[in-house]
Design a protein around this ligand. Structure first.
Ligand SMILES: [Zn+2]
Length: 170
């Protein structure tokens, strides 16, 4: 990651990938604290654009299989994984009896690590119902659990919605 300051920039911040390097352009007179904040915002925004581009409806199942293999020893095997638009108060849901997982379309456009977290969360419910210690233990190996939860809480706070539980069944 590389931050470039530009004297010509007065207010706008932008970011893009240049090969392996992520470049964030900021106004020259921005403070260090503002820089830090904006870099986080722009990295999330960039990741969100990429997740929108990459994760279509068809790719969700493949993504689920990959996450299950990587973090759950491949033990969670959903029968169906799909986006739904009728789920506005929760990010994801899972019906273990049917092996079905549904993700809210509101996640589309969020950073990829957030979508992955919700998907992994629902996959873990195929193995452990509820949110006891056994459940969270399953998510321990995913390094961005806390960050993703923080991101989603921020979204909820911003929208002033009630906290959406990622419930096991509808
Ligand atoms: Zn849950």
């Amino acid at each position: 990651m590389e931050v470039r300051r530009s004297a010509r920039r007065r207010r706008t911040v932008s970011a893009y990938r240049e090969g392996d390097v992520t470049v964030v352009l900021i106004p020259a007179r921005m403070s260090a604290a503002e820089e830090k904040r904006w870099v986080t915002v722009m990295l999330d925004k960039l990741a969100a654009q990429e997740s929108r581009r990459r994760l279509g409806d068809d790719e969700l199942s493949a993504r689920a299989a990959q996450l299950s293999a990587q973090y759950l020893g491949g033990r969670a095997i959903p029968r169906t994984v799909r986006w739904v638009t009728n789920q506005n108060s929760r990010w994801g849901s899972c019906t273990p009896a049917e092996g079905s997982i549904r993700l809210s379309h509101r996640l589309q456009g969020m950073p990829e690590y957030v979508v992955d977290y919700v998907l992994l969360h629902e996959l873990a419910h195929l193995l452990v119902p509820g949110h006891g210690p056994d459940f969270w233990k399953l998510l321990e190996s995913y390094p961005r659990t806390e960050r993703a939860r923080g991101y989603l809480e921020g979204v909820v706070a911003a929208a002033r919605l009630p906290h959406p539980p990622t419930a096991r069944e509808e």
